[in-house]
Design a protein around this ligand. Structure first.
Ligand code: ATP
Length: 231
């Protein structure tokens, strides 16, 4: 098992954002978190990343406690997209790559390959502010995967993307999984996770409603196209 959460709880004051969440994410699998606004998805990711301490419970990776020192092994696409608008894509990624200990040449080689794959090689020297929101999201995705993390956490990666870009990103994510990356991602919508994830967990107000394979979950709910509505 790669990632294990054991009865993890996060409280902010008296408010319980994540309540006794337990799960195991095996190596080379894709795991989906489904839930509406305030379900606790982002808080869970921040605890996995070591950005927030759990109030109770343990998070381990290959049997070791996970903490911020392991962040170079993790790739993270945050829900709040945050790139420097005045930097070019190249400058942006070289800067972020250096923070992760990457050499400039390796950043450039990887970046060019990803831009080719996303059919936007001309973006290399464009300023971030010149790109559409969807294309900025692709650049942020590249920045999350360029250092070849072992674990990739994607917070609502498909929100705000048009269908072509959703497909492009899904294909990229599947390829990364096949190359051995463990992937965790969140979504409000079942349709975004059902074709991708081996396992998923539905969260509501911090509590796990159900967890298992898609087959098990569909059996629990007894219907095909479950949509978790934002509240
Ligand atoms: P969304 O899809 O809207 O991002 P989410 O499932 O990611 O929702 P979280 O952002 O994890 O949900 O929030 C879970 C709950 O914890 C919410 O009620 C939120 O208001 C609360 N919360 C999150 N961060 C903090 C914080 N730093 N201080 C206080 N409360 C917080």
């Amino acid at each position: 098992m790669v990632l294990k959460l054991n009865k993890v709880t996060k409280r902010f004051g008296t408010h319980t954002a994540v309540d006794q969440l337990s799960l195991e994410i095996p190596e080379k699998e894709m795991f989906g978190f489904l839930g509406g606004n305030g379900a606790g998805k982002t808080t869970t990711f921040r605890m996995i990343l070591g950005l927030l301490d759990a109030t109770e419970g343990e998070i381990s990776w290959n049997g070791e406690t996970i903490n911020y020192n392991k962040s170079h092994l993790i790739g993270y696409l945050p829900e709040e997209r945050g790139l420097y608008p005045k930097l070019t894509v190249k400058e942006q990624l070289i800067y972020l790559g250096k923070l992760r200990g990457m050499h400039k040449n390796d950043v450039l080689t990887g970046l060019k390959a990803w831009l080719d794959r996303f059919q936007v090689p001309e973006y290399l020297n464009k300023k971030v502010e010149e790109l559409s929101k969807g294309n900025q999201q692709k650049i942020q995705f590249i920045s999350a995967v360029l250092h070849e993390p072992k674990l990739l956490i994607l917070d609502e990666p498909f929100s705000g993307l048009d269908p072509i870009n959703v497909e492009m990103l899904k294909e990229a994510v599947v390829d990364l999984k096949e190359q051995g990356t463990s992937i965790v991602f969140s979504s409000h919508r079942m349709e975004h996770v059902e074709e991708l994830c081996e396992q998923l967990c539905i969260l509501h107000k911090g509590k796990q409603v159900v967890q298992g394979s898609l087959k098990e979950i569909k059996r629990s709910f007894g219907k095909k196209n479950l949509i978790i509505h934002a509240e």
